[in-house]
Design a protein. Structure first.
Lengths: 359, 359, 359, 359
C-alpha cells in the first residue's frame, strides 16, 4: 500500500562536499512548491538520526532555512561517519532504531544524500522496508550508474586552480612538484583535474605505474628546455617498492624523483582543501536537479531508487545497482587518449600499449 | 583523391572566449605527437587569413608556442569579424582568395574554430572544395548538433559569481537588481547561470514575458520578508511595450520595476566581462577533447564535419547540420522544470501553463 | 558627567561595501569580551533608526549573530539612504526623533559606520549632544584624516580582476576597452586599480584630460605592435566637449576613440559589481581594528571622534575634521609618478608638466 | 667617482613569490622611460649569475619582455638557492666571480630582489665595492626597516581563502582543523591571515604556547554550541613536549587535540600553495613602487641601500640595517590586541598577562 506522504526526511551522510546545501534547498523548495509537503532536516547523518533525542534530532526546514545556502559549501544539517548500530548502543542489524527515528520525526520517507557508504546504508534500509530514496554525492566520482555526481566538478576546480598556481613556483625554481589528490580507489579526480591543469604526469590507481617512466618524463622535458614538471598523483596508487609507505605517496615519490633525476622536487598534499568552498555552477545545477528528481521519486513511491544522470537525462536507478561496485576509470576512456595526445604520461605500460595498438 | 596531410592550418574566428587557447594547444600537440604533422597558426581569423601577406599571416606553431596557454583566456592567434571578401577587396564569392591562402601557407587542411558564423563560413569553404573541419565554440551555446560548446561553462561561471556577489548589495539595500547577460536569440546563459546563481526571475528570448509577473514576484517576496530580488535577463528578450528601446533591456526593466513596485531597482550589465578570464576545468577538458577529435577528423579525411559532444560521446556531425538553425531552449527542458520547482519565475504564461498541465 | 555605558548601538548607513559585517562582528565581540557591554544592532541605517517601531528597529546582537559573518559582503543590519527628517515625517532639524530612538533602544552611545554622508550626520548628532563615535567606510577612499578605509581594497581588487580578465578580449580582438569605475569626485579607485591592472590610460576627476592624449596613446601602442589598450576612467571625469552627456562617460569615450583612431573600442561599466563579494584580507583586518578602536573610544567617552588609520597607527580624529572636505588625489602622489614611469598616460597636461619639471 | 649608468642588471634570488614579475616590469619600464637606460635580466639568481656562460646568463629585457607579466606569479628570470662560491667551484669569498659577471654582462649596477638571504648577499657585494641596490621581498614579512614587502599580502590572501573554505568542512563535521602556514621564525603570516580568516586559535613562534589553552578553547567553543574550531599555526612554533617532532607541527597538534578533547581533528598543511598564483592588488602596487624607487636609487648612485616603505612613504634604508636581524611580531602589536578582543586565543601566558595588565 502506497503511504500518503506528508513529511519527507532528509539526511546528509559521509564526507561533506560542495553542493549538499544546494540539494537541501532543492528538496525543501520542491516538496513545498510542487507537492505541498514538508521536509524534516535530520542533523549529523545517520549517526545523529539514531542517537540524538528530541529537538536535537533536527527540525522542519522552512523556506527561510533553505534561503541563501545555494552558494555555501558543506551541509547545514551536519554530517557524521561511523557505525550507526554501535553509535546507538545496540547490536548490528537492529533496525528498530530507525523505526523509532522515522516515527519520532513523523517522516513518511527519507532522502539519503551521500556517497558509496551512505547509499549502502540506504539500500539496507530499503531492504528492511524503509521508504528511502538516494541522492548520489561523491567527490571521487566512484558511484556506479550515474555519469557524475555533484562535488566532483568543485573538487576538480580546486585541484586545477592549485596546479595553475603551482606552475609559477615550478617554473621559477625549475622544480618538479608532486601534487597528491583524493582517490583511494579510483583516479577520476587525478585524471580530470590533471588534464585540466596541464599535468605532465598523471598517476591513477587503475593501472600500475613504472617509476622509471616518471623519471624519463621529467628528464625528457628538461632536455627540451622545460625545466619543470607537475606530477598529479591519486592518493591510492600503489608504489612498486614494497618498502614504500602506505600513506603520503607524494612525499615518497618526491624524494625518489629528486634522488633519481637530480631535479629538485617537492610534494604538495591538497587534503581537506579539496572539500571546501562554494560549489561550482556545474555542481549547483546538478545538485538542484538531483533534488527535484529525488522528491519526484518519493512522491511517486519509487523507493529503493537513486537519482542519477546518464548522458543528458535525469533518471533513476536501483540503489542496489549503484552500490554493486566502484566506478573505475576504464583505460580506454577517451580522456586518457586525449591526455596522451597532448603529451601527458601515465607511467603505465598498459596505457602505452593501448595507445600503440590503436595507431 | 585523399591528399596526404603534412601541415594543418588552424584559424580562430568570431568573438573570443575562454578555451580557444586550449584548442590551439590540443591541435598542435595532437598533430605532432599522434601524427607527426605540423600546424600553421593563422592570425586574426578569416579576415587575417585573406588579407595579411607574408609573415604577418601567421607561423608554424611549435610545442613551445603551445605551452603555458591552457589556462589563458582569449586566443593567441587573434580573431576578427567581418566580411572576408570585402576585407580582401574582391567580389562576394571569389574563393580564389582562399586558394591563394591555402597555397601560400602550404596547408593541406584547415581547422575552423568558432561559432555559428564561423561554421557557416567553414561550410561554404567545404562546398567550394576546401578541406575543412570545424570545432564548435560559442558562449551562447546556440550551435546545433552538439550538446554544449566550450566557453559556455566559463561564461556561466562568471555570471553566477557576479550574481553571488550582487546578492549582498541587494540584501543590504532591500533592492531588486536586474542583471543583463548575453543571449541575443537564445536563453541558455540566462537559464543556466540564473539557476546556478539562485536568480528569482529569469527572462529568456524563447518565450514572451509578462511584466506584471515580474512585479508580482518581487512584491510577493517582499511580503514574505525577502526584501530583495535578482532578475536575470537575456539581452535578446523583447519587451511587451512597443515603445521600449531595442537595447539595454536591463535599464528599461529596472526603471519599470522601481516605478511599478516602489522597490528600489538597479541594472547591472555584464557585457564583455562574460568573455574574459581563464577557462573553467569543464571548458579546458571539452576544448582539449574537441581539438583531438578535430585532428583525427582531418587525418581521416572527414572534411566538412565538425567535432561535437552528444551525451558522453565525442562524435562528428556535418557542419551543414550544425548550422541549419539555432539551438534554442525548449520550454520543456528539465532545468526549467527544476527552476520552477525551486521557486524561479520565468514571467511566462507558456511555462506556467506547461507546469500546471504536468501536475 | 560621563554616562556609564551599558549598551552600545551600531548603525550602518550609506552604500553597502565589503567589511561592514567585519565591523559589526568586531564591535559586538569587543564590547562583550573586553567590557562586558551589550550591543544593539539597528536596522536599515539612520532612516530605519527613526522610522521603524518596536522589534523592527533591531535587536541585541549575540555572539552567535556575530559569528560566520566576517567573510560575508554587505551588512546584516541593512542600510538605507535618504533624509532622516523627511523619512520620519518631521521637520528638518527635529532631533527629538533621535532622542526617542536612543531612549527606546536603551542605548548609551551610538557607533556610526559609513562614509562622508554618514559621518556628517554623526557630526550633527554630536553637535546636538548625542554620544556618537564614527567608523569610516568608503569604497571611494575620499574621507579625510584617515589614510584609507575598508571597502576600498576590496573594490580595487574587483576592478583589477575585471581588467585582468578583459585583457584577453582586448588582445584577441585588437581592441581598446574603456572601463568605467566608481569615483564621482575623486580618482583613488581608478588610480590604484588602474595601476594594479596595468591600465594604459587612467583618467581621474582631479585633473582635466585631453582627448587627443588618449588617442595618441592608443595609436602609439598600435605602432609598437601592441594593438590593444585598456582605458580606466573614473565616472566623475568631465569630458572637454560641452555637448557630452553627463553620465556614462565610458560610452562617450568609447565611441570617440573608435571614431578618431579607427581602433575598435568597447565600453565596460562595472557599476554595482564594485560593491559586492567577500572583503579582502586587507579590509577584514582594517575593519576589525576600526571596530575595536571605536568600542575603546566609546568606553573612554571620546564622543565626536572617528577611528582612523594614519601610517601604521590606529588613531582617532574629530569627525568634524574628517568631514570638512573630500580627500582628493594630489597630483604629486608617488603612485602617479610610478604609473607614469611604467608607461601609463593620464591624458593630463598638468601631470605631464609635473613629470617633466621633476626630471 | 660616480660611474655613468648605461645598463642595470636585475637578479631575483631566494624563494619565488607573487610580485617578482611586477618588480621586473617596473624596473625595465622605469629605466627606459625615465632614464633611457637598458636593463639586463639575469637568469636563476646569484647562482645562475656566476655559473652560466654566454647567452645562458640572461638578456637585455625589452619593453615587450616586460609586457603582460604584471599579473603573473613567480619570476620570468628564474631563481635559485644555494652557496654561490660553491656553485661556481671557487673558494668562499672569491668575489672575482662577480667581477667577471658584471663585466661580461656589461652591467654598471645590480638590483638584487629577494629576502633576508638575498639582501645579506647584496650587502656583501656592496662591502666588496659592487654597485648594488636592494628590493625587499619576503612572504614571511621578516625583513627589518620596511613595514611590509610584496608577496606577504598575496600569501595572506591565499591562507585566508583556504581558511574560509575549510570552515564549511569544520562546521559540517564538527571538527577542529589545524592549518599550518609558513613562518619558521616569525608569526606575521599566521597572525594576519589568522585574524583575516577568523581563526579561533593562532600560534606564533614569538611566544611559547600552552597546549592546555588550545584544548580549553576548543572545548569552551563546543560548550557554547560552536562545535568546530580552526587553529592556525606557524610552522616554526616549538611544541612544549621535548619528544615532539621538529617538523609538521600541524600533524602533531592535530592528534594531540583529538586525543585530549575527543574532538575529531585534522591537519592541513598549505606548503607551496602559499607562494603561487597572481599577486594581489596590494602587492602589485607595492612591487611597482619598489621597482621605481630602486631605479631612482641606482641612478642617484645610492648603492648599498634598499627600497623600503615606512608608514606611507617610500624611502631607502641601508641594506646593512635591514639585515641586522629578523622583524618579529611584537607581543604588544595592536593586531594581537584586536585579535584577543574578537575572541582569538594565542595559547600564550605572556599575551594573556599583557591583556590583563592593560585592562
Amino acid at each position: 500500500m502506497k503511504r500518503r506522504i506528508q513529511r519527507i526526511g532528509i539526511v546528509t551522510a559521509g564526507g561533506d562536499c560542495p553542493g549538499l546545501n544546494a540539494v537541501i534547498r532543492g528538496v525543501v523548495k520542491t516538496a513545498q512548491n510542487d507537492y505541498g509537503v514538508e521536509v524534516f532536516g535530520i542533523r549529523d547523518g545517520f549517526v545523529g538520526m539514531v542517537t540524538y533525542k528530541g529537538d536535537e534530532r533536527g527540525k522542519i526546514l522552512t523556506n527561510r532555512d533553505a534561503s541563501g545556502i545555494l552558494a555555501v559549501g558543506g551541509t547545514i544539517l551536519g554530517t557524521a561517519r561511523g557505525d550507526v548500530f554501535e553509535a546507538a548502543g545496540t547490536k548490528e542489524g537492529d533496525y528498530s532504531i530507525f523505526e523509532e527515528a522515522f516515527s519520532s520525526m513523523k517522516i513518511d520517507a527519507l532522502i539519503c544524500t551521500g556517497g558509496d557508504g551512505t547509499q549502502r546504508m540506504a539500500q539496507k534500509l530499503h531492504t528492511h522496508g524503509f521508504p528511502v530514496v538516494g541522492i548520489p554525492k561523491t567527490i571521487d566520482n566512484d558511484l556506479m550508474e550515474t555519469d557524475v555526481t555533484f562535488g566532483f566538478n568543485s573538487a576538480v576546480t580546486i585541484i586545477m586552480e592549485a596546479i595553475d598556481n603551482l606552475h609559477s613556483t615550478a617554473m621559477s625554481h625549475h622544480r618538479a612538484l608532486v601534487v597528491e589528490v583524493m582517490g583511494r580507489d579510483v583516479g577520476w579526480l587525478a585524471l580530470v583535474a590533471g588534464v585540466a591543469g596541464g599535468g605532465d604526469v598523471i598517476l591513477i590507481p587503475e593501472t600500475p605505474y613504472e617509476e622509471q617512466a616518471i623519471f624519463d618524463c621529467a628528464l625528457e622535458r628538461s632536455r627540451k628546455g622545460k625545466r619543470f614538471s607537475i606530477v598529479v598523483v591519486a592518493e591510492g596508487v600503489k608504489p612498486n617498492d614494497k618498502n614504500a609507505p602506505q600513506k603520503e605517496i607524494a612525499r615518497y615519490l618526491s624524494s625518489l624523483i629528486e634522488k633519481e633525476t637530480g631535479i629538485e622536487t617537492r610534494p604538495v598534499i591538497l587534503g581537506h582543501l579539496q572539500r571546501g568552498g562554494p560549489p561550482t555552477a556545474f555542481d549547483r545545477i546538478l545538485a538542484t536537479q538531483f533534488a527535484v528528481k529525488a522528491v519526484d521519486l518519493v512522491m511517486e513511491g519509487r523507493f529503493g531508487e537513486m537519482a542519477a544522470i546518464q548522458g543528458n537525462d535525469f533518471v533513476s536507478v536501483p540503489i542496489s545497482q549503484a552500490t554493486k561496485g566502484l566506478k573505475r576509470v576504464p583505460l580506454d576512456h577517451p580522456l586518457i587518449r586525449s591526455a596522451v595526445s597532448v603529451g601527458t604520461s601515465f607511467g603505465s605500460r598498459e596505457i602505452d600499449k593501448r595507445q600503440k595498438d590503436k595507431s
